[in-house]
Design a protein around this ligand. Structure first.
Ligand code: ATP
Ligand code: MG
Length: 402
């Protein structure tokens, strides 16, 4: 726990460019940060002043607070900073302290000062600040020199009307847009590697998510459902609480198994998933479906198959991973924090009814035909009616970014 006041300077990139929407995006970012910080035991406050977003606190776990900021969409990067009054002596002293902590625990031989002065009433120009602060630091650290091209430490000094900000570290955030600024979509969340990553990319573009999972109790276990909750929780770490719709899919699968030729079962099953997801999306005000499909990754992920499945929904289907190779998705899953959960070996509702020789390029007319014996509307309605809604809260632990 820290005693003194701490400050983070938060940079937002793309959202700064949005013209008249800008203030809407910035206030969403401020609100999302404030909300996410409620998960940490701290008194952090987020503010937007003079075109900058700040997080300030006197009480709280620094690492957890950094973790929250580093996983909030819309944050391009952030810097732990100190703010001092518009005073040369205070500026030099604070800069030297910042340099001292920046070199702690590492080998630092060179540095530079990079000053920016937007407050023109301050008596020194940017160049003069560089010289004054550089000299001050050099006099107190005899073993270092200035390197303006490739310094080990850069001391940034921003002279602004509200005070002088000093920082040396720039920690990357996830970028993207604040969650909630791009309406809402329904994520089809399996227990696999792909769909959590797809959900993460949807969140990154500011899309709020609800998730739907198809579960085939007793053929799939409670453990496999818990795994999906845990995956949903990883996403909630980036988004705040996520409603998870758990669909009891066994009856639909039984009907398919009894009435549909085996090679078409996967396609028909996916059509039911999309129909049920669409009904839930419409009931919840979600404007699109999101899946973890990519093209050609497995035999069933062909354009023919996507067309046959996609025709049952009037909603746009977002497939953020469409052009990704599997190893790229795995790398992302590790970074996001979903990979270790995804590879737990629990059964999925798709795998238990998998036929030996599925149609990889199903013909639309044939699919419609084989589906005819089924009472589609009744099956969908029944499954939707039995769907259970849970709210998945974000985790209270944070990956270290220090
Ligand atoms: P994933 O790793 O996301 O499971 P996958 O490579 O295994 O994907 P498929 O099994 O073909 O691919 O599933 C394609 C997509 O269909 C998934 O990414 C997911 O969006 C959705 N999906 C599959 N099974 C389920 C399920 N049981 N519940 C919800 N959505 C599912
Ligand atoms: Mg899967």
């Amino acid at each position: 726990m820290s005693e003194s006041r701490e400050l983070l300077l938060v940079r937002y990139g793309e959202i700064g460019l949005k013209g008249k929407n800008r203030s809407h995006f910035v206030s969403a970012l401020v609100k999302n940060l404030q909300k996410a910080l409620e998960r940490v035991d701290c008194d952090a406050e987020v503010s937007h002043r003079f075109g900058r977003v700040y997080v300030e606190w006197t009480r709280g776990d620094r690492e957890a607070i950094y973790g929250v900021v580093a996983s909030t969409f819309g944050v391009v990067s952030f810097s732990p900073a100190v703010r001092v009054p518009l005073d040369q002596e205070a500026m030099c002293r604070a800069a030297e302290e910042a340099f001292r902590s920046a070199r702690e625990g590492r080998t630092v031989k060179t540095f530079k000062v990079e000053a920016r002065r937007s407050e023109k009433a301050f008596p020194l120009t940017s160049m003069e600040i560089n010289r004054a602060v550089g000299g001050y630091v050099l006099r107190r650290h005899r073993d270092i020199s200035v390197d303006v091209h490739d310094p080990d430490v850069t001391l940034n000094i921003e002279v602004r009307s509200e005070g002088i900000l000093i920082y040396s570290r720039v920690i990357p955030g996830p970028g993207g847009l604040p969650v909630g600024t791009s309406s809402k979509a329904m994520l089809l969340l399996s227990g696999g590697i792909d769909s959590p990553v797809a959900g993460w990319y949807a969140l990154k573009r500011g899309i709020a998510l609800e998730a739907v999972h198809f579960h085939s109790f007793p053929f799939t276990s409670e453990r496999s459902l818990q795994k999906v909750r845990d995956l949903c929780q990883v996403l909630a770490g980036y988004a705040g609480p996520i409603p998870l719709h758990v669909v009891h899919f066994t009856e639909v699968q039984r009907a398919i198994q009894q009435q549909v030729p085996s090679s078409f079962r996967i396609t028909v099953m996916r059509r039911f998933m999309f129909r049920i997801a669409t009904a839930l999306a419409e009931a919840r005000g979600a404007l699109a479906l999101v899946t973890g499909e990519s093209v050609g990754q497995v035999a069933s992920q062909t354009l023919e198959s996507m067309r046959a499945i996609g025709e049952v929904t009037s909603l746009p289907v977002l497939r953020p991973l469409v052009g990704f190779d599997k190893h790229e998705i795995v790398t992302d899953a590790r970074r996001i924090g979903s990979y270790e959960l995804s590879i737990l070996p629990y059964e999925d509702c798709c795998t238990i009814f998998v036929p030996e020789n599925p149609q990889t390029r199903p013909k639309l007319e044939r699919v419609r035909k084989v589906e005819e014996p089924l009472d589609v509307d009744a099956l969908v309605e029944e499954a939707v009616g039995r769907t259970e809604l849970e709210i998945i809260e974000p985790p209270r632990t944070f990956a270290s970014v220090l």
